[in-house]
Design a protein around this ligand. Structure first.
Ligand SMILES: [Zn+2]
Length: 212
């Protein structure tokens, strides 16, 4: 029963955190102002992971996205399928990344305790946002494809931030089973039936471990 309660709590948090990620909007003066200041500790965490994931030096800033929809947690300006090597996230996402880096074991969906469990979904979403926006930095624009590739890279983000592989994979699985399915109805442009083991968007077709 305890496990069931935990899963229900995580699922609730995950539903609340389900979000869109806008991809295409012009570079704004507000972006330039954000990029002009030095990266904070939390932003550097995201930049380091993004660099390892993309092989490119990209800037990350947490601040106003210049978009009013509160469900949008990150944005990567793109023009003609080219990014400007930066993305923005809402400040809360930076906070969750820092929490995770400070104590990865605390956010293990298999063993979280008490009130932390209600935030595991938020933390997993922050990892997913970094992965998702990183694929936009690489120039991908199809949201269903980007979201699917991002989901398959949650484990990588979690692992680079200090989680053992097993925990990192558990976070990817949490996202795949509790959060991704909601996209089919809530944000259908971010969902694809091809996002599955052996599907068109499977980054590792030789492996049957999904999504990590
Ligand atoms: Zn996107």
């Amino acid at each position: 029963m305890r496990l069931r309660t935990l899963l229900a709590t995580i699922a609730l948090a995950a539903v609340a955190a389900t979000s869109a990620h806008a991809s295409a909007r012009p570079v704004t003066a507000q972006d330039r102002a954000l990029l002009a200041r030095a990266a904070t500790y939390e932003e550097k965490i995201a930049e380091q992971v993004t660099a390892r994931l993309t092989g490119r030096k990209a800037s990350v800033r947490c601040g106003s996205l210049g978009m009013s929809d509160p469900r949008v947690l990150g944005v990567t300006p793109l023009l003609d399928q080219q990014s400007f090597d930066y993305f923005l996230m809402r400040p809360a996402e930076c906070t969750y990344l820092a929490w995770f880096r400070q104590a990865p074991a605390r956010w293990d969906p298999r063993s979280c305790a008490g009130e932390d469990c209600a935030r595991v979904g938020d933390v997993a979403m922050a990892l997913a946002v970094v992965a998702h926006e990183s694929y936009h930095v690489l120039g991908y624009t199809n949201e269903a494809q980007v979201e699917c590739y991002g989901m398959q890279s949650i484990w990588f983000v979690a692992n680079k931030l200090g989680a053992p592989v097993a925990e990192a994979q558990a976070l990817g699985l949490l996202y795949a089973t509790r959060m991704y399915p909601n996209r089919q109805t809530q944000t259908p442009t971010y969902w694809s039936a091809e996002c599955r083991d052996g599907g068109k968007y499977d980054l590792r077709p030789a492996s049957h471990s999904w999504p990590s």
